[in-house]
Ligand binder design. Structure first.
Ligand code: FE
Length: 207
């Protein structure tokens, strides 16, 4: 892809977002009657039936991360965030025992490639829920703010994707960004709470 192609592609994506955003905002405010609520373009399960889209793994994945729900260890700097949600199948039913393997940059935009700082895996509970305690990732050159994650239901293919933050100036400049992968974020005390429900293109186990 030439630089010109990349620029025009980015411009198309930006224009598409600019056109879509006001319509969503008006619809959401009318529906909820609350000026303070922000629209989230991330589709709900069953709302068009879209599975969570895959994204590139990037250069910093490391296998065999530790099993842990909290990536906050010691005095790791950065704003605290809890990310939680449910992993659903194509029929919108929750899937238990789904592996989620998270990795991210630290508050300064650096990955730990020597050890496993800010890396960890966990499994969804019987109701398909996960909960990650961590810090807000920093940005690094060329990318907007994001988490990386691999999601794998038992005996199914791995979904590799990324999660993004709303209202980030970098979202418009990052050609990987898609509103389909936006976290719903709210402030909570000194930290933040983010929500994202994954929808896997798999049938939930019977029974
Ligand atoms: Fe990254």
């Amino acid at each position: 892809m030439t630089a010109e192609h990349e620029r025009s592609r980015t411009r198309r994506e930006f224009l598409a977002l600019s056109v879509a955003a006001p319509a969503l905002a008006i619809g959401t405010v009318r529906a909820l009657g609350a000026q303070t609520l922000r629209p989230t373009p991330t589709p709900a399960c069953g709302d068009g039936g879209h599975a969570t889209p895959p994204q590139t793994e990037g250069p910093y994945f490391k296998p065999r991360s530790p099993a842990r729900v909290s990536l906050v260890e010691g005095d790791v700097p950065g704003a605290r965030i809890v990310v939680e949600g449910t992993v659903l199948g194509a029929d919108c039913r929750p899937i238990p025992r789904v592996l989620l393997d998270f990795w991210q940059a630290d508050a300064g935009g650096r990955y730990d490639n020597a050890g496993f700082r800010l890396r960890g895996h966990q499994f969804t509970d019987e109701a398909g829920r996960y909960r990650l305690e961590t810090v807000v990732p920093g940005v690094y050159p060329g990318r907007t703010r994001h988490f990386h994650v691999k999601v794998q239901a038992p005996h199914q293919a791995v979904l590799t994707t990324q999660l993004y933050f709303p209202d980030e100036p970098g979202n418009r400049r990052d050609s990987l960004f898609t509103p389909a992968l936006l976290l719903a974020i709210r402030d909570e005390g000194a930290g933040k709470r983010g929500r994202f429900d994954f929808v896997l293109d798999v049938q939930t186990p019977a029974g």
